[in-house]
Design a protein around this ligand. Sequence first.
Ligand code: S3P
Length: 430
Amino acid sequence: MDWKIRKAECGLKGELEVPPDKSISHRAVILGSIARGISTVKNFLSGEDCLRTLKAFRDMGVQIESAGGNIVVHGKGLSGLKRPSEALYAGNSGTTMRIMSGVAVGQNFDTRIEGDRSLTARPMGRIIEPLSQMGAEIVSADGKGHAPLEIKGGKKLTGINYVMPVASAQVKSCVLIAGLFASGKTTVQEPFRSRDHTERMMEFLNADIKRKGLTTEISGAKELTPKDIKIPADISSAAFFIIAALLIKDSRIVLRNVGLNPTRMGLINVLGRMGAKIRVFDPKDEVEPSGNLEIVYSELKAVVIEKEEIPLLIDEVPILVLAALRAEGETIVRGISELKVKETDRVKTIRENFRRLGAEIKESGEDMVISGNLKKLHGAEFDSFGDHRIAMTLAVAGLLATGESKIKDTECVQTSYPGFMEDLEKLRGI
Ligand code: S3P
């Protein structure tokens, strides 16, 4: 499916709630399935990625009912999952494959996990390495750390101290979850802070978990307590409308119930430094903090985004680059290597598409350098390359570009934001 988008002639207006958080939805299914008893998950994201996780746990014998945006997970406890009759399929979802591997290594049956073309090209060595240190046996199909993964069951796992070479919440979560099935304690130390949804949910479900600075320790063999889990709206999905409203004159919008976990606030913090007018109101301090955001058109100035900040806004970089093009001055994004191993190589797919817009984004070592003050963006034919966040970034770019733009290959938005175009049209008053 292609999208056709015309330049916005007037500001975005109105109020909406974007879909539920993808990362938290995955974790609710995964941890709910291995807790012992019934958990109700309120506001679950029925996007393709999370549905892959849900289906995989159903395939392993977990009863999961879904009704009106909520799901009820009949958790089986740490040792109650069943051997799936065929390979588990993670589709496009790195979170499904990586975190689910942490569960699979603790089972007494063999599991095979497959993914689509994009996922099959993404690095899985980063989970194979620590899981193998714990005593797991995982074979990657090509012997080079790529999916499909064959995971041997019935292995005795032992806790490890793992110092992570990259800041990745997926890797951290995978190791911590494997730690639930291991004897003794497992500690994970991150180089920089990444999203901590797994830690928060584990604490909430009464896991034996301790956190100190960048180190998290989990003790194995303790069953999780099922609970009601509430999921706020996804700040990574909100990001597209936040930036659209900041860049289109006369815009004023309100986004309700947005997840405001400090480890996901990188975008809001960076935009604050850029001079964005964003007001947080009615904050709720719960397991996962949330609040409403009011966003008003703003004149932005360039910033330097440091390497340590990247994990806190990793999925928002494509849309931030668009904001940087319009900002006064030169923006530098440091430490971009993790962007190259997402659903696409996002440095490449951003540069390729933005060139068509009339913007030359420079790559210099570990930095991306964006010259701002670009008043005129050219409508063109763009390609998402099957990456949902690139597709939605280009839709916002199309609102700023002259004439009509076409975006190819937009089915991928189903992974995180079914209904994106309808919501965009609502804010445009179309
Ligand atoms: C995610 C973590 C991030 C992010 C991804 C979701 C998660 O990946 O890019 O969209 O749910 O843990 P990494 O942990 O690999 O950086």
